[in-house]
Design a protein around this ligand. Sequence first.
Ligand SMILES: Nc1ncnc2c1ncn2[C@@H]1O[C@H](COP(=O)(O)OP(=O)(O)OP(=O)(O)O)[C@@H](O)[C@H]1O
Ligand SMILES: [Mg+2]
Length: 259
Amino acid sequence: MIDLIDVYKAFGPKQVLNGFDLHVERGETFVIIGRNGIGKTVTFKHIMGLMKPDRGQVIVEGQDITRLNGRDLIAVRDKFGMVFQGCALLNWLTVAENVALPLRERTRLSKREIQRKVDEKLGLMGLQSAGHLYPAECSGGMKKRAAVARAIVRDPEIILYDEPTAGLDPIMASVVNDLIIELRQKLRITAMVVTHDMASAYRVADRIGMLSGGKLIEIGTPDQIRTSQNPIVRQFIEGRVAEPSASLGPGPAVAERPT
Ligand SMILES: Nc1ncnc2c1ncn2[C@@H]1O[C@H](COP(=O)(O)OP(=O)(O)OP(=O)(O)O)[C@@H](O)[C@H]1O
Ligand SMILES: [Mg+2]
C-alpha cells in the first residue's frame, strides 16, 4: 500500500532521512516511534507528497508519487486523511464547520449532503452535540476527536496521525487509542501513527518501527519491540532518553513539566 524505498532528505547540512525504507500493508496500523526532531513528521510529509525526497521512491498504491505534480499529486493527497500534530482546527469556525471544510473545499457536494456526512462523522467520534462549539470551547480531547472527524470526513483510504495522544491525560489518551483501533475495524482504514507515547504505540500498532539516524533501525510487532535487545530501542522505550533533563527521571514526563 505504502512503500518508501531508500529515501534521502536533507535540510542544509542536516541529513534527516538517510536511506529510509518502509513497507506498510493495506489495513495495517503502522506506528513510527522516535525522539523529537528525528524526522517523524518529515516522513509523513513525504508520504503525502507535501515534501519531495532528494533521492529515493515513495510509492502509494503502486504509484511513485515523487514523479507526480499538480493535479496528479492532489489526487494522491485526496486518498489521505491527516490528523496534524496539535490538531490544527480553525479557531473562527465551529467544530462542525471545521469538519465540513475538506468537503467544502475539495468536493461539489450539496449543503445537505455535506451536513449528512459531517453529522455521521461527528456521531462516530461522540461529538454529535458538540458541532456548534468553537475550538476554544472544547477540551483537548474534544479537539483531538474533532481533528480525527475532519481527517476521515472524505472517507480516506489511509489516515496519518501525528502525535494523536500528545498533551492528553491518560484517560483521554486511551479514548483516542480506542478510536484509532475502532476506525481500523469499522472502516478498514490503513493507518500510520507517529508517537513517542509507548503505551499508545503498543496498544494500537500491528507493527512498530523505530526511527533513528534517518532510517527505521528496528521493525516488529509490539511484543518484539517490547523485548528488543537493540540498545537504542531499549533506551527509548525505557525513557532513558539522552537529553540533559533525562538524568532527572523518566524522559518525556520530566521534559514536559514546567520548570
Ligand atoms: N521545512 C523544513 N526546513 C528545514 N528543516 C526542517 C523542515 N522540516 C523539518 N526540518 C528539520 O527536520 C528535522 C526533523 O523534523 P520533524 O518535524 O520530522 O521531527 P519530528 O520527529 O516530527 O519531531 P517531534 O517529535 O518534535 O514532532 C528537524 O531537525 C527539523 O528542524
Ligand atoms: Mg513531529
